[in-house]
Every structure is written in C-alpha cells, then in structure tokens.
Design a protein. Structure first.
Length: 310
C-alpha cells in the first residue's frame, strides 16, 4: 500500500502552526478580556470619576494610531484604494468610535463583571451581522441561539437592575452592535491586505477626528496613577497589540478552530475584575455567564449556508 504523500516534516510544521495559532489566539483573547476592567480603571465610576470616557476612547485611538503610522511606514504597506476607503471608514465607526466610547460610558455606571456578561454575546452578534450583510442562510438552530443569547443578556440586565433595564445596558448592547459591524466590514478588507494592515489603516484614517477630540477632552485635574495605567493598557494592548496576536492566531491556526477560544473572554474579564477593581462575583452572575457562553459556543457550531440568499 502506498504511503502518505505528506512528509513528517510537513505534518510537524502544520501541527506546530496550529498550536502556535491557538496560543496566539488565546493571548489575544486574554488581552481583550482585560479591556473592560482596564477601561473601568481608567474612567472610574460615577461616584469616583477619573479620566473622561471620551478621552479614554479617543486618546487610546490616538496612541495606537501613531504606532500604526510607524508600522505602516516600516513595513512599506500599500495605500488603500477604491472601495477599501469606504470599508475602512465603516470599520473605524464600529471599532474605533462606537465600541470604545459606548462601553467606556457604560462601565462608569455598571461594574466590569456586569459589562462582561452583556458583551459575552459579541461573537454571536458578529455571526448574525455577517449572515445578514453577506445574505447568508444560517440554520434555524443558529437563529434560535441568537435569540436565546439576546434573551439571556436582557434577562441578566433586568435581574441586576431589579426588574428594569438601565441606560448602561443599552450602551453596552449598542457597543456590541458597533463592534460586530466593525469586525465584519474589517474582515471583508483582509482579502486585499493583511489583517494587521487593516487595523492600522483604520486607526490612521481616524486620526483627524481622534486627535482633536482627545485634546479637547484631556484631563485638566490630577487623576490617579492607576487610571493612567488603565489608559496605557487599552491604548497599547486592547487597541493595537491584541489585534496583532488575534489576527495572526487566526491565520496560523484557522479561523474556525481558533475563534472558539473567544467564548472564554467574558469569564476572563470577570476574573480579572475581582483583583483589579475589587468587584465581587455571585453565583447567579456565574450562572448567567455560563449560559451565555454555552449558547454562543453552540451557536457558532451551527451550519451556515454561505451561498447568498436570493
């Protein structure tokens, strides 16, 4: 019987790439999981405010944008062309402006543990928007998971709000929609440029807006050193380095396989919030978080017909 035509060295390389991809993907998820606690640390709460949420949102984009200018220059990346500019602008609206600003405003009013549960439906929301934007046909089980995920986070928000929804919950859901839409439009750009170049160009074209807003909202009174630490983290890791690790992990290990680790993000966010912010975890919050994780994981495994609907 003829042996396999794939050499052992190729198999070893493939397995090594898969492992590296998973590790890089996990590293990206860990960096993103710290985003909500660090945003809360930077902006403070209503009772003890620190940096203006607008400064945190736009200032971090300025820092990452300047780093992106250097990266694009050093790597000799080509300039976007044609319709890519429109997709870059749409992506910026979601991941540079929408998510950071809305989530930053929200975590001034609710703790990071609360925000982590609500934002836990982000992977499923991204899949829903992708299906709608690309006119795909997910299975009924997929749509059932999407509805169940929304019902869970709304139920959790109502429970935490003593029977009603708070403004912060609406801001968080809006942030999820913005981020999901930005991820989908950004993914459409990766056919013509690398994922790292996409996020860099998104940040660079945002500088004409982010720089003046950051200057206008800069702090005029002293703030805690911990707030600046939180700001530095979301600028360097949440807005820049995390995307490099995440996208490289997807490329090496495969999108379907590596993206599954993203379901761990809300749990990691909650765990980080305990030592960083002194927040507490209760049993019911963990139950809701586990239910959201299960629905997202199951939903991402449902078949989607990638042919465009008529």
């Amino acid at each position: 019987m003829q042996g396999s035509s794939i050499s052992p060295s190729v198999l070893t390389t493939t397995a090594s790439n898969a492992t590296r991809g998973l590790l890089l993907g996990l590293a990206g998820v860990v960096m993103f999981a710290l985003s909500l606690p660090m945003t809360r640390l930077a902006g403070g709460s209503v009772e003890a405010p620190q940096l203006n949420p607008a400064f945190v949102a736009f200032g971090r984009a300025v820092v990452a944008g300047l780093l992106s200018v250097a990266y694009l220059a050093v790597t000799g990346a080509r300039r976007p062309r044609g319709g890519e500019w429109r997709l870059l602008a749409f992506t910026a609206g979601g991941v540079v402006f929408g998510w950071p600003l809305l989530s930053g405003l929200a975590v001034r009013h609710v703790d990071a543990v609360h925000a982590a549960v609500i934002s836990g439906v982000l992977p499923l929301a991204t899949a829903v928007i992708a299906a709608l934007a690309l006119r795909q046909r997910p299975s009924p089980a997929f749509w059932a998971c999407a509805v169940a995920g929304l019902a869970l986070v709304v139920g959790f928000a109502a429970w935490r709000g003593a029977g009603g929804l708070e403004m912060a919950d609406g801001l968080l859901l809006g942030a999820v929609v913005c981020a999901s839409a930005g991820y989908v439009s950004g993914a459409r750009l990766t056919g013509g440029m690398t994922a790292e170049q996409v996020i860099c160009w998104v940040l660079v074209i945002s500088l004409p807006v982010t720089v003046p807003v950051a200057v206008m909202t800069r702090p005029t009174a002293p703030v805690a050193a911990s707030a600046w630490g939180g700001f530095a983290y979301v600028s360097l890791f949440s807005m820049w380095i995390g995307f490099f690790a995440w996208y490289r992990g997807l490329a090496l290990g495969g999108t379907l396989r590596v993206s599954q680790v993203q379901v761990l993000q809300p749990f990691l966010s909650m765990l980080f919030a305990v030592p960083l912010l002194g927040e507490r975890l209760d049993a019911m919050t963990l139950v809701f978080a586990a239910a959201v994780l299960a629905v997202v994981w199951f939903g991402k495994r449902q078949p989607v017909d990638t042919r465009s609907a008529p």
